[in-house]
Design a protein. Structure first.
Lengths: 436, 412
């Protein structure tokens, strides 16, 4: 029966090409608009570290007080003093401190000019905490932190530029006039959004070129290459004065595996802030936060408002296309009331009418889906016009998006067809036969 | 003309589904179109914001130092670089800076009128430069004077210095001293010592374009300081009229001839203002384009949908139309009938649509800190959709009006 109904559907659609094209276009455009905006939304709102997002936490300590903080919320990074205190206390199984730094690879080999590099000063736990993959070698261990070593982990891309992609562990590298020893080459690793540094980045940035020992960066008095935020009157001129100021620039992360550990760490933070209050450094009650990756990304508004608004508008657009389709299908089906009457009089059940007309609607949905797919492919390719480059390049037409596009088009059209079909199935055979 | 509203309503009662569908479509379309127009207008307004910079002739070099050196050496290099840049035949002027208008975010300080004031009076974008800053950017000095060379301080790596003199944008001057007597007055911008306003420039856009800074729009200050930061410096360069391309070619060569231990990022190391402006408003432009596409396609689909449904109604009612014609109705009575019918349906849809439009706007206001939509967009949206409804009905209605009276006698 399916084949026969399909044949009927195609005949019916051919009888009224303008109406058919209109329906297919409405579905196609509606689906495409939704899918293009969804592909971007999916990319920016995804969980960058799904296996551990509930175990990684970003501690915040209010070092500015109620009069200078952001509407009661502690700053989005730590002061040097608080960051070092957390590191020394070692109250979590794993913890890291990090900040963005810039360096340059000095000329050498075939390169005449220095090469600008962006990277992070991190502590050794950074690599196991964030599951950084390694192509060669490994991160440095705790003794690297202690020894304030000139160890460096470089990205695969930098390894390609400097060492032609060869095994470079143990090689020496001149960065900004100081020698560093390569201990590891990271595999491709650039989680998007960059949950671990939402202080200095919007969450979307090119892969970092290197990771260096946090203590070494401090010894070299390397200023943060990213954001720095201060309150009150600023008077520092030396590195020591800067580190004792209320400027925040260090991002801390801790790994806590059980609710117990989380509760204990939260207690530790409160306790630390209370100690600072007793010592007279803070003149306010403890104000601390401990957000996990998802909560932190929410708090930092990682998903750009543009992405949410355009998704909402596109979904509204799709809804209108569906209402449009309901109207057109209704017109199309009711125009054939006489035909339905004859079929019903000849013994067709309501169920058969349903089947026939839903198959017709499904055909429209499939055609709309195929058109939608083409438009989506076109849109994803041209999405650079609509969104900022670093976000646009995350949108991809992959297998799941293709499947979703087709499925949404067909399911939505069949759903939209329910009301018109119900009306068609209610046609009274006697009435129709009498009037014609 | 005698409007036949009663018979229309009676007829619509027999076509509830179609009526509701058209009204619903009009309502949803109105809600989306109003908001899209509002978004487009707001974004386009951003795109055309004045920066105060002579954008046709100015370009920016992002100069990163390759090796760490003490402040005095960096400063000597910066001064040598500037001399070299200013001597280029295509260059009118150049200045060292820590940021530039429309950079897309940067240095920003709270501003207070007294040293112990806790709640800041406002917030200003901070620029630093030497006595060439105003001429290089092409800013208009509307009051006071420019910096003198001896007022320019040297600012080493990460040093929080507070020069005693400052030039502010008119927007900042008016915000701090609404009486218009800002010249000669002092304020604190996160320093322990005050800065005295010696000059006021007309327009000087902030570095960022984020919506959070809208309440401080145009509020900027310039401190007389030459950046000797070991990490790097921005050279803002103003080319002579018509020589932008040549100057952009020559400048990096001249700098590399001074010293090769520097890095110009291949992607954004040297940018003219057209590029800077294009980049910083990427998000705004994209949003406006997306909304415009959606608006156009949406109106087309809604219009076509109305044509389809009305055609169906007309074909269903051929006999009734024939009867009316036979009983003396003129062609234009039939035409008016269908147009009025559509007007009633669209009108109802528009009423619902206005409510939906405001609801959507409220959602964006509460979630994304967007502005409230002004009524003008709703009015425009309603007019556009009512006209669209009438236009879409016109062709089928004309076909209806051509139904011959003899149709009344056919069939049955």
């Amino acid at each position: 029966m399916f084949g026969y109904y399909l044949d009927l559907a195609l005949r019916s659609l051919k009888r009224n090409p303008a109406l058919t094209v209109l329906m297919v276009m409405a579905i196609g455009f509606g689906v495409a608009a939704s899918m293009i905006t969804y592909s971007v939304f999916r990319a920016v709102s995804g969980n960058p570290i799904p296996d551990k997002s509930a175990q990684l936490f970003m501690p915040q300590i209010d070092a500015w007080g109620p009069q200078q903080n952001d509407k009661g919320e502690p700053a989005e990074a730590l002061t040097y003093v608080d960051a070092m205190a957390l590191l020394r206390a070692h109250a979590a199984k794993r913890q890291t401190l990090l900040y963005l730094v810039q360096l340059s690879a000095m000329p050498g080999g075939s390169r005449e000019l220095p090469l600008g590099l962006n990277g992070y000063a991190v502590t050794s736990d950074f690599f196991p905490m964030f599951d950084v993959p390694f192509r060669y070698g490994n991160g440095w261990g705790a003794q690297g932190d202690e020894a304030r070593a000139s160890d460096v982990v470089i990205s695969a891309e930098l390894n390609r530029k400097l060492f032609a992609g060869a095994y470079s562990v143990g090689r020496t590298l001149d960065l900004g006039g100081h020698d560093y020893r390569v201990v590891g080459v990271a595999g491709h690793w650039n989680p998007q959004p960059r949950f671990y540094d939402l202080f200095s980045t919007s969450g979307f940035a090119d892969e970092p070129d290197f990771y260096m020992v946090f203590n070494r960066a401090l010894d070299l008095q390397m200023r943060p290459g990213g954001r720095n935020s201060c309150r009150g009157a600023l008077t520092f001129t030396t590195w020591e004065e800067y580190t004792q100021s209320n400027c925040v620039w260090v991002t801390p992360w801790v790994e806590l595996n059980t609710p117990d550990e989380v509760a204990r760490y939260r207690g530790f933070l409160t306790h630390y802030a209370a100690d600072q209050q007793h010592a007279g450094r803070f003149s306010w009650a403890p104000n601390v936060r401990l957000r996990d990756v998802t909560q932190w990304m929410d708090y930092e508004h990682v998903v750009p408002p543009e992405s949410r608004i355009s998704l909402a508008v596109a979904l509204g657009f799709f809804l209108i296309c569906l209402v449009n389709t309901i109207g057109l299908l209704l017109a199309k089906f009711m125009r054939r009331a006489g035909e339905i009457g004859v079929r019903r009089a000849l013994g067709a059940s309501r169920r058969e009418i349903y089947t026939q007309y839903l198959i017709e609607a499904g055909t429209v949905g499939l055609a709309g889906g195929v058109l939608g797919l083409l438009l989506t492919a076109l849109g994803v390719a041209g999405v650079g016009i609509l969104f900022q480059p670093h976000i646009a390049k995350l949108a991809r037409l992959d297998f799941s998006l293709v499947g979703l596009t087709l499925a949404v088009a067909i399911v939505a059209t069949v759903l939209a067809a329910f009301y018109p079909t119900w009306r068609a199935a209610r046609v009274q055979p006697a009435w129709q036969l009498k009037s014609s | 003309m005698n409007l036949q509203i009663r018979p229309i309503l009676a007829a619509l009662r027999r076509h509830k589904a179609g009526t509701v569908l058209i009204a619903l479509q009009i309502a949803l379309t109105l809600a989306i179109v109003c908001n899209a127009l509002f978004i487009i207008h707001a974004r386009l307004a951003n795109l055309s914001e004045a920066s105060g910079v002579d954008e046709a002739n100015v370009f920016v070099i992002q100069n990163q130092w390759a090796a760490e050196r003490p402040t005095s050496e960096v400063d000597a290099q910066v001064r040598a670089d500037l001399l070299a840049l200013r001597q280029l035949p295509g260059v009118r002027d150049a200045t060292p800076a820590t940021g530039y208008p429309l950079k897309g975010g940067g240095w920003d300080n709270f501003v207070t009128l007294t040293p112990d004031q806790v709640q800041p009076t406002t917030d200003a974008a901070v620029y630093t430069g030497d006595e060439h800053f105003i001429d290089t950017l092409g800013l208009k000095l509307v009051a006071g004077r420019n910096f003198r060379p001896d007022e320019v301080m040297v600012m080493g790596t990460g040093q929080a210095i507070t020069p005693p003199t400052v030039i502010v944008s008119k927007a900042l001057a008016d915000k701090l001293f609404p009486a218009g007597d800002a010249l000669g007055k002092s304020f604190y911008a996160m320093g322990a010592t005050p800065s005295t306003i010696i000059g006021i420039v007309d327009t000087l856009h902030r570095q960022g374009v984020d919506p959070w800074s809208n309440s401080h729009a145009g509020q900027s200050l310039i401190w007389p300081a030459r950046s000797a930061d070991a990490r790097g410096v921005y050279y803002i360069v103003r080319a002579k009229p018509g020589q932008l391309a040549a100057a952009m070619r020559e400048a990096p060569k001249a700098l590399l001839a001074q010293s090769r231990l520097r890095i110009f990022d291949p992607k954004d190391g040297i940018q003219d203002y057209a590029t800077i402006r294009h980049k910083v408003y990427d998000g705004d432009r994209g949003m406006a384009i997306l909304m415009a596409i959606i608006c156009v396609v949406l109106l087309a689909i809604t219009g076509a949908g109305i044509v389809g449904l009305t055609s169906f109604w007309v074909s269903q009612r051929r006999r009734q139309i024939g009867v009316r014609r036979a009983l003396g109705a003129r062609k234009r009575d039939i035409l008016a009938y269908f147009l009025t019918e559509n007007f009633l349906i669209s009108g109802c849809g528009a009423v619902v649509g206005v409510v939906l439009a405001y609801a959507f706007n409220l959602w964006t206001v509460s979630h994304f800190e967007l502005d409230r939509m002004s009524a003008i967009y709703v009015v425009i949206g309603v007019i556009v959709l009512l006209l669209l409804g009438q236009a879409a009905t016109f062709a089928p209605a004309r076909r209806a009006s051509r139904v011959p009276p003899v149709e009344a006698t056919r069939s049955v």
